[in-house]
Design a protein around this ligand. Sequence first.
Ligand code: PXL
Length: 436
Amino acid sequence: MKTVLTIAGSDSGGGAGVQADLKTFAALGVHGVSVITSLTAQNTRAVEGVFDITPRFIKAQLDALHNDFDIKAAKTGMLSNKDIITTVARNIGDYPLVVDPVMVAESGGRLLAEDAISTLKEMLITKSKLVTPNIPEAEVLSGTKISSIDDMKKACEIISQLGTSVVVKGGHMNATDILYHEGRFYEFKDKKFDFSTHGSGCTFASAITAELAKGKDLINAVKSAKEFITSAMKLSYTPGKGLRVVNPVGRLLRNSEKCTVILELQKAVDMLLEIKGFHMLVPEVGTNIAYAVSNPEGIEDIAAVEGRIVKSGVKVKAVGQVTMGASKHVAKIVLTANKYDGRIRSAINLRYSREILEASRNIGFTVSDFSRREEPEGKSTMEWGTAKAIEKCGAVPDVIYDLGAVGKEPMIRLLGENPAVVIKKVEKILKAMEGG
Ligand code: PXL
């Protein structure tokens, strides 16, 4: 593991500052060490207090780290005042430095004394490999007004005269970032979010620093960091009563959850194929069983069997592998049901028969239905039908069926929290049918 250093303030609310930096480092697989410059008494609504650490103790932290670690890259965030900047500049080591010229918190609190800006420029930015201002910060550092991409480029050139590469972040404008590096401009475009998030600047600079430490060149480090911050913003959340906070570990958790979902579903499919009499429940078009990650956003967040599960005689087999996005039909049922009840993440479709429905009712399953004849044009049948059946029932039922239409096989679907629960329902139905 490469060691990466953040020199920044603590955000007691956990969204920005050192807290965001260390989450980002962990998510990107580097060892994070920290020098804390200031404590803020802060939440998602406001900075309620600032307590600056003494320059002496900031030096003590730097010395302790230099005495032990081989630091590969460092970033600075909140530096609060002139003395802190001077201390950091005098005691920093000889590794690539990314300066995030933090001035004001997203909630509005001042994080850098007005009279410290020239010190930041002259003592620290001059030592940096990269400086990462947002538009208001770039206006202060360059002494220009920015309202276009050309203005951003002009500001880059002016700031770069301090002897550094510059990336001006366009989040306050059109979400295009402009990097100026060795005399050339690079544009990084992305989706513009219609909300702002607390901690995004810290996370972006930390991601660049981690990528530099891992050996990427500056252009590719910025490119990776842009992708990282975009997903951290997409997965942002509201832990308090104020601003949204970025989620640097969101993508990591999502990916690990996808692996768990695939493995669990694979196991469930193996079990399903072993159930005696299961072939009686498989429709002509085949069946599929789907399992979603928590809070799925699309069918790519839902695992199923590629090519479905099909029968020939009494033999039932899975055509392909369990993968994300392998089903449209059953996945849309799960997606829709999950919007009504976040606990529901799995479903299977079964052959329609009155016997199966009767068995379901006898067990005490809740049963609801929809009619394809009432379906409005231009809608996805599975989304519309699932919603219709749920609303009719007042909750997500165990069973949703429809009687089909011309060229459309009638169908039964079982829903549940996970594949194990759904398979239990399959087994109960088979048992009840045996008894009846
Ligand atoms: O996002 C800039 C920032 C940096 N450091 C600390 C902060 C903030 C924003 O609130 O609190 C400690």
